[in-house]
Design a binder for this molecule. Structure first.
Ligand code: NAD
Ligand code: MG
Length: 418
């Protein structure tokens, strides 16, 4: 992480119009970001917050709704560009659906294909890119935004899991700022703001997901519906399953390792079922700071957009009239073996993150399609990780090759065709 206060960034932050590109706008983080932009236009009189462009993979209706929503607060001279990452989305279909939905205003260009997202992330008109695509599919556009010196509000943790050292190197050679959106990493970032001293420990909190109190046997029988029923957060399906296996926390351990530059053994996980304490930082003198707020992603998203400013936010506030029990428990690495994989990968780096991430994405997809059992997800990931030929300093191309290899290997180990 490198929030910079170079002159170019101060100037960019002071511009009367902030142009924001939201990649993955139709998802859970993407739609929350659109809410945040609407709010900022009411509470930040000094700047206009413009949805410069928005991407979806293939959901035309949803992206058109987002564009129409943005047109309610931003001027017609700043239309929202539409980007579809799925090559098969026909531009003509988008045009005709748009004119049906909105016969008066047809503004905002339409682009199709993954390359169009990379090009948009490189546009000199864009100040901030919100990286809210799910999975490894967000890697290229996030890297392009970093290389082009943008402020990057990072929700797409998979980019750091797959290619942490590549991201670090690009950040070192660019004026870009990488700000965390993930609530735990935003909490740590917030706790570190007033300190000139480096922390001793980062303590990531985890809700524990829907199977927090379940036995291994019960988890082996978990259904798709029970795994998708998260107790405290409403999120997209992939991260919801990751929360149930606690692979999400494993990915966050790796994310924290690269964002904050601390070794794996300085990172801990504690289970906190209420999801109010978003994470904690322990300093050299033993003092622990935490950031608290009800679980709502609009707060960390807004902070990543307006940092270092804090502005009124639409997210609910911590209700002090209520009696709260804020529980903190040690994480159980035996029932949730994904956590051990997270620590291992954060420690060794190299090719391990790309392999773990790809195996997990493949396994989650297979579980959601009813092809494997819930506990096969993490067992399969561990198996693939153990069987890969580790390399300590791979270039980006090698990481992408291994992504394909790990997906095929996971299927092979589950006795499924590639
Ligand atoms: P989601 O499934 O709700 O949305 C995913 C978005 O990515 C959609 O806009 C979709 O169109 C797009 N997308 C899907 N496949 C794509 C592809 N192949 N190419 C390009 N775009 C594609 O996901 P989400 O819950 O919003 O999560 C997005 C990211 O944010 C993930 O990396 C997740 O780990 C992270 N995150 C989410 C939350 C949360 O509360 N939802 C919290 C912290 C971090
Ligand atoms: Mg998180």
């Amino acid at each position: 992480m490198n929030p910079k206060s170079s002159e170019s960034h101060l100037e960019s932050r002071d511009r009367p119009q902030q142009n924001v590109l939201v990649l993955g706008a139709t998802g859970s983080i993407g739609t929350a970001t659109v809410d945040v932009l609407r709010n900022l236009n009411q509470v930040d009189p000094a700047r206009r917050w413009c949805l410069w462009g928005a991407s979806a993979h293939s959901r035309v209706d949803k992206l058109l709704e987002i564009q129409a929503e943005a047109e309610r607060w931003q001027s017609q001279s700043s239309p929202c560009r539409l980007l579809f990452s799925d090559q098969d989305v026909a531009k003509s279909r988008v045009e005709s659906e748009r004119s049906l939905q909105n016969p008066v205003n047809h503004a905002g260009s339409i682009s199709v294909g993954p390359e169009s997202l990379v090009q948009a992330a490189q546009s000199p008109e864009v100040d901030t890119v919100v990286a809210a695509i799910v999975g490894r599919a967000g890697l290229e556009s996030t890297l392009a935004a970093i290389e082009s010196g943008k402020r990057v509000a990072l929700a797409n943790k998979e980019t750091l899991v797959v290619a942490g050292p590549v991201v670090q190197e690009k950040l070192n050679n660019s004026p870009a700022e990488l700000l965390p959106v993930d609530s735990e990493h935003s909490a740590i970032f917030q706790c570190l703001q007033d300190s000139k001293n480096s922390p001793r420990k980062l303590i990531l909190t985890a809700s524990g997901g829907p199977f927090r109190t379940c036995t291994k046997q019960q988890m082996a029988e978990a259904t798709r519906e029970s795994a998708l029923a998260h107790p405290t957060w409403e999120m997209g399906p992939k991260i919801t399953i990751d929360s149930a296996t606690m692979m999400n926390k494993a990915l966050e351990i790796i994310e924290a390792r690269w964002l904050f530059g601390l070794p794996a053994d300085a990172i801990e996980v504690m289970v906190h079922p209420q999801s109010i304490i978003h994470s904690m930082v322990e300093f050299q003198d033993g003092s622990v700071l935490s950031q608290m707020s009800p679980p709502d992603m609009r707060l960390p998203i807004q902070y990543a957009l307006t940092y270092p400013d804090r502005l009124p936010c639409d997210a609910p506030i911590f209700d002090r009239q209520k009696n709260w029990n804020l529980d903190l428990e040690a994480a159980d690495l035996d029932r949730f073996p994904a956590l051990g994989l997270g620590f291992e990968v954060a420690k060794v780096g190299g090719t391990a993150g790309a392999v773990l991430n790809a195996a997990n994405e493949e396994a989650v997809g297979l579980f959601l399609d009813g092809k494997i059992r819930f506990t096969d997800i993490v067992d399969g990931c561990a198996d693939v990780l153990r069987h890969h030929n580790f390399e300590p300093s791979p270039p980006l191309g090698r990481l992408l090759q291994l992504d394909g290899w790990a997906r095929g290997e996971l299927r092979k180990r589950m006795n499924l065709p590639s």
